[in-house]
Design a protein around this ligand. Sequence first.
Ligand code: HEM
Ligand code: HEM
Length: 213
Amino acid sequence: MNEEIRVWDPLVRIFHWSLVIAFFIAYLTGEEEGSLHIWSGYVVLGLISFRVVWGFIGTRYARFSDFVRAPTVVIDYLKRLAENRPRHYIGHNPAGGWMVVLMLVTLFVVTLSGLKLYAVEDGLGPFAGPPVTVTLISAARADDDDDEEYGEFGENEAEGEEFWEEIHEASANFMLFLVLLHIAGVIISGRLHDENLVKAMITGKKKVRPETP
Ligand code: HEM
Ligand code: HEM
């Protein structure tokens, strides 16, 4: 049977491949002090925010209600997968569905901690206070001799910076790990179900095969 069905709408596909590009640019420019890192990070934040909205109002297979399933369903899917007789799903399979959720949540942690870091480190971005406050606090702290060992911003600011830097870096690395698992999952489940999932994420279409009830 060579009939094809449209699964991923154009917005899901544009979202996906833009996310791949923006994520790798952000990851690779993290160590540099440059606007490319900040802007690619904002693009990631914009894309995932869009995807959450689309998960509620988007097309059939883009909706969370289509692929976020009860834990029992996920366990059953994995059991049958281990027995090499996996159930077939048209959209995301139950394990892949939770992976999508985990990736989106992790990307929110990465980008929001990035914004916090941007605020405490550079005094910029939406989480930074009004410039006048920063000036007043800095001026007040500059008078305080106890703060010398922490530099001009004082102990709290130095700790805040370290804290958000740790969260930002750890979550970015965890995300990279998830991406590697995600790519492995795409390759393995593509083989098990005899489908070209990468092509489907480009053209939007999959071969028609009924979902296993
Ligand atoms: C998916 C998106 C992002 C990824 C993968 C990412 C990744 C990274 C990595 C790996 C580092 C280096 C961490 C270190 O060595 O301490 C970093 C640093 C940083 N990131 Fe992000 N980031 C992202 C989004 C953002 C956003 C949205 C912002 C703020 C608007 C941001 C602000 C920063 C800042 C200020 C630094 C410290 C740069 C420095 O001082 O050298 N990041 N990021
Ligand atoms: C070049 C490497 C990548 C390939 C080949 C790839 C491939 C795919 C494929 C085939 C799907 C559909 C899976 C299915 O049919 O169930 C998918 C979904 C997804 N991928 Fe990737 N991916 C890659 C990199 C990434 C990266 C770097 C991220 C995140 C930073 C990511 C995030 C996602 C998300 C969130 C979905 C769910 C799409 C949706 O429902 O909107 N992928 N990917």
